[in-house]
Design a protein around this ligand. Structure first.
Ligand code: GLU
Length: 434
């Protein structure tokens, strides 16, 4: 009883708190954790131990740009938890990256890996830069400098980076190279999401989209609905948005709207994501796709549709627009796309929110399989990767549903209760509580 009181005392009521502040990703992540903690009889020491990241590293990097000018960049690597295994999580290149964002994303990785029961903790890294304005040569230099700056805290048994926003298989290959040069040998298991010819896993490129689709299939079973003919709106058309768009299209859904950082498009009769991808390959944007009307993010969020897929940045479904959501299902391709305040509104509206730490876990699940293959130097076929991923994601979905029923909470709250409970049990078993 005393233990529970302790956890409750520290539970901050989110709504008035957030209204006063600008969107702060780590505050969001902390409040989500605290909410789960109120349902669990957490030892106060464990509660304090999991509330903050274990380590936050800030680095400053200098490179010479193609025009001969020297420029410095700030980067981060945050390890939220290494309780259940090495920290695991992506590296993003973004002008809006911040330490608070990395801390939140690292915590979300801890909970994501725990929901999937992967033997990892959580981490995240970023470099503040504008990758769209940089050449391949500049990005390569920046990646290698960043790797050298964080090399002491990463490694196959310490912390394993992966792609995230505006990083990809090539970025991971550069990291593997810089790390390998320091070690004196090639160590593929230091990063996941590598090119296949550098021991990346088959199926990794589409993995987040594939995982989202498996979750959507299970959510449809749970709601007893068919996917065929359902109207879908996709916010973001990067790796995640484009891969899930193709999969739902193949399943017979109609994609009625897509947006990206440059604008968006709408057509009630349907948008072919394969054709759209071709255009994006040529112009870099979904804007002006033939046969569509322009559409912005806010209009997309309030569009009458069955499935809304936020697959861009954090905080896009918030207290200002949640009330206008018409979708029955929100499938979170992005990390942290829905704020806590929006969650309250969506709960009232009975929208089923498939939360990020479950819905977009396909990426890290295939990363886990890649790491396993790298450590063994033994490789799976694409079909094996797909089947193993499907099994893990399906199990996680129904584990979360069982937790939801047990506690009478939302899917997101259930995912947190499951994840925080698992990490707390591991911590208890380690016997480190002081
Ligand atoms: N960046 C992805 C995520 O947010 C993948 C992380 C990983 O594979 O480690 O889940």
């Amino acid at each position: 009883m005393a233990k529970k009181e302790e956890a409750k005392v520290r539970y901050i009521s989110p709504l008035p708190e957030l209204r006063e502040k600008e969107y702060d990703p780590f505050l969001e992540a902390t409040l989500q954790f605290e909410r789960a903690a109120t349902f669990l009889d957490l030892d106060p020491w464990i509660y304090q131990r999991l509330k903050y990241p274990e380590r936050e590293l800030t680095v400053h990097l200098a490179i010479t740009l193609d025009n001969g000018r020297a420029e410095s960049f700030t980067g981060f690597r945050v390890q939220h938890s290494t309780v259940r295994g090495p920290a695991k999580g992506g590296i993003r290149f973004s002008p809006n990256a911040s330490l608070s964002e990395c801390k939140a994303l690292a915590a979300w990785m801890t909970w994501k890996c725990a929901v999937l029961d992967l033997p990892f903790g959580g981490g995240k890294g970023a470099v503040i830069c504008d990758p769209l304005k940089m050449s391949e040569n500049e990005l390569k230099k920046l990646t290698k400098e960043y790797t050298l700056a964080i090399k002491d805290i990463i490694g196959p048994f310490k912390d394993i980076p992966a792609p995230d926003m505006f990083t990809n298989a090539q970025t991971m290959a550069w990291i593997a190279d810089a790390y390998g040069q320091g070690q004196g040998y090639v160590e593929p298991a230091v990063v996941t999401g590598k090119p296949v010819h550098l021991w990346g896993s088959l199926g990794r490129a589409m993995a987040t989209g594939t995982g989202l689709f498996f979750v959507l299939e299970e959510a449809a079973k749970y709601l007893d609905i068919h996917l065929e003919g359902k109207k879908v709106a996709v916010l973001g058309f990067g790796n995640v948005g484009s891969s899930i768009a193709k999969l739902v299209h193949q399943a017979g859904c109609t994609i009625i709207a897509v947006t990206d950082i440059f604008g968006g498009i709408h057509n009630e009769k349907g948008i072919d994501p394969f054709e759209l991808e071709k255009q994006v390959g040529q112009t870099g944007s979904v804007v002006n796709f033939p046969g569509t009307e322009p559409m912005d993010n806010e209009s997309l969020i309030s569009l009458p549709c069955d499935i809304l897929i936020p697959a861009a940045v954090e905080g896009q479904i918030n207290r200002d627009n949640a009330d206008r959501v018409k979708a029955r299902i929100i499938l979170e391709g992005a990390n942290g796309p829905t704020t806590l305040e929006a969650d309250e509104i969506l709960k009232e509206k009975k929208v089923l929110v498939a939360p990020d730490i479950l819905a977009n876990a396909g990426g890290v699940t295939v990363s886990y399989l890649e790491w396993v293959q790298n450590l063994q130097r033994y490789f799976f076929t694409e079909e094996e990767v797909r089947e193993k991923t499907k099994k893990k994601i399906k199990k996680a979905f129904w584990d979360v549903v069982a937790t939801m029923d047990k506690y009478g909470v939302t899917l997101r709250e259930a995912a947190y209760i499951l994840a925080v409970g698992r990490v707390a049990e591991s911590l208890t078993a380690l016997g480190r509580a002081a």
